[in-house]
Design a protein around this ligand. Structure first.
Ligand SMILES: Cc1ncc(COP(=O)(O)O)c(C=O)c1O
Length: 479
């Protein structure tokens, strides 16, 4: 094979395998010539061939780049091949790996109505964050650069403990607080530390699928328990999942402040019964307090953790929706006798979440910016929520009904007149509106046709456009 042809084949297969991404710059012909001991004209010929076939663009001399518009069919063929190659090699995977399913990635397109999984990133005070970060970096100590404790940056753990005790009705000391890379990681850690294959785990139905994915991966048995107007229905759970000869499930996952995705707040009496039952049945309660900083009406009820007298609650909260998703910082409050085992798990994996980010976040909280930001966002989200509710009342009557929203950044909406949720979501997509059918959060068929709408990520104008478009989409779905 002539040398130019060999080089052409090498580069082409690298591009097709995705190892050189669209837009990536190819090495300079001079560098390639030196590296491979080939003459430059040979390399130029190989580049010309790639250019004439559309794999690369740009001029020799001013840089050659992988084409941004590679035809899809070219890219898909080798991907399919690489999957079969993995299968053919038959590398044995662990039982855990065989059960593992990925969580869908966050949407990468710009936010539009009614993105459910995003806060108002357009309103995040980036310059302020940059100032706090720059100040911290300018005076960073060698001690901080050297790394820290597995449980997290001590001053941040103290700031979080103070915030949780004063604002969330949690009763803890900083010693029980762990900083972790997201509630998702907190769930994963908890599952690995507390569950064995076959262990029953009670989950709210409908509920947060990210938790179910984690529990399934460790081999736990998911036991869906219905949610009513007071939250997880304990009695229904006991009837549906009797445990003859066993104390109870190993773990129950709940979102009491603002049920995901129905939005109901767990009543005080239900909280007390759940705690008493967990104490008697030796069940650990995982309390996911995700995005409950944002409450618009109704009285906040103390966290389960704050009412717990038997040390059965693991409490988790996140900075994802309160600040921004890329931060990947969250906290766990664990019973004192579990702190060491959580620290051990952290020490053998990430060691600790990035310490500089923890220090920046700590400064952001202790300088008062965090509390101010939450206050500002609560006002903004309340405004956006009222735009959604009012335009829905005017334009979606008879098609969709939004129940009273007390907290959070999203709401369920009940479809009217026999409109089916899956069909509604598909039609909405065609009108450039994002909605999630409730069935995506159910373990079987959803018992009622509903969709979930986010109202935090986009401004009033986009919300109004969304309502208009959704109305047209739903009108076309009437049976
Ligand atoms: C109820 C609930 N819990 C946990 C998470 C994951 O949180 P984090 O981003 O902190 O991993 C999400 C993310 O959407 C969520 O909705």
């Amino acid at each position: 094979m002539p040398l130019y042809r060999w080089l052409y084949e090498e580069l082409r297969s690298t591009i097709l395998a995705g190892r050189l991404h669209p837009g990536a710059r190819l090495p300079a012909t001079r560098d390639l010539a030196a590296e491979y001991g080939i003459s430059r004209p040979t390399i130029v010929t190989a580049f010309e061939q790639l250019r004439s076939e559309g794999y690369v663009e740009g001029k020799v001399g001013s840089g050659t780049y992988v084409s941004k518009t590679l035809p899809d069919e070219l890219l898909q063929a080798p991907r399919a091949k690489s999957v079969t190659v993995t299968r053919r090699r038959g590398i044995p995977l662990s039982a855990y790996a065989r059960r593992l399913r990925p969580l869908p990635r966050a949407e990468s397109r710009p936010a539009r109505a009614f993105r459910t999984s995003q806060p108002a990133l357009d309103a995040f005070p980036t310059s302020l964050w940059a100032q706090v970060a720059a100040r911290r970096l300018r005076r960073v100590s060698s001690r901080l650069l050297a790394g820290g404790e597995a449980l997290g940056y001590r001053p941040l753990r103290e700031a979080v403990a103070e915030y949780l005790n004063t604002s969330r009705g949690v009763k803890c000391t900083a010693d029980q607080v762990l900083i972790i890379s997201g509630v998702q990681q907190a769930l994963d850690r908890t599952a690995h530390l507390l569950l064995d294959p076959g262990d029953p785990v009670w989950m709210e139905e409908p509920g947060y699928p990210g938790a179910a994915v984690v529990f399934r991966a460790v081999g736990a048995r998911i036991c869906p328990v219905p949610v009513d107007s007071e939250g997880l229905n304990l009695e229904a759970g006991r009837q549906r999942w009797p445990q003859p000869g066993q104390p109870g499930p190993r773990l129950v996952y709940v979102t009491p402040a603002h049920q995901f995705p129905l939005g109901v707040t767990m009543s005080l009496s239900r909280r007390l019964s759940l705690l008493e039952w967990a104490r008697r049945s030796l069940t650990i309660i995982f309390e996911d307090d995700y995005d409950s900083e944002y409450r618009y009406s109704g009285r906040p009820i103390p966290a389960l953790q704050g009412l717990d007298r038997a040390a059965v609650v693991i409490f988790a909260g996140s900075f994802t929706d309160v600040l921004f998703p890329a931060l990947r910082l969250a906290y766990l409050v664990v019973p004192s006798d579990m702190v060491d085992i959580f620290a051990a798990a952290e020490s053998v994996s990430t060691h600790h979440p990035p310490l500089i980010d923890q220090a920046i976040l700590c400064d952001f909280i202790s300088e008062g910016h965090f509390a101010r930001h939450v206050r500002r966002m609560r006002e903004l989200y309340a405004e956006r929520l009222s735009v959604l509710v009012e335009s829905a009342r005017a334009r979606l009557a008879g098609l969709l009904e939004i129940p009273a929203v007390e907290a959070g950044l999203r709401t369920v909406a009940w479809l009217q007149g026999g409109i089916l949720a899956e069909q509604a979501a598909e039609a909405a997509g065609k009108y450039d509106v994002e909605v999630v059918p409730l069935g995506q959060y159910a373990y079987g068929r959803a018992r009622r046709d509903g969709i979930v709408l986010g109202f935090a990520a986009v401004d009033a104008r986009e919300l109004r456009r969304g309502v208009e478009q959704l109305a047209s989409a739903l009108e076309g779905c009437r049976p």
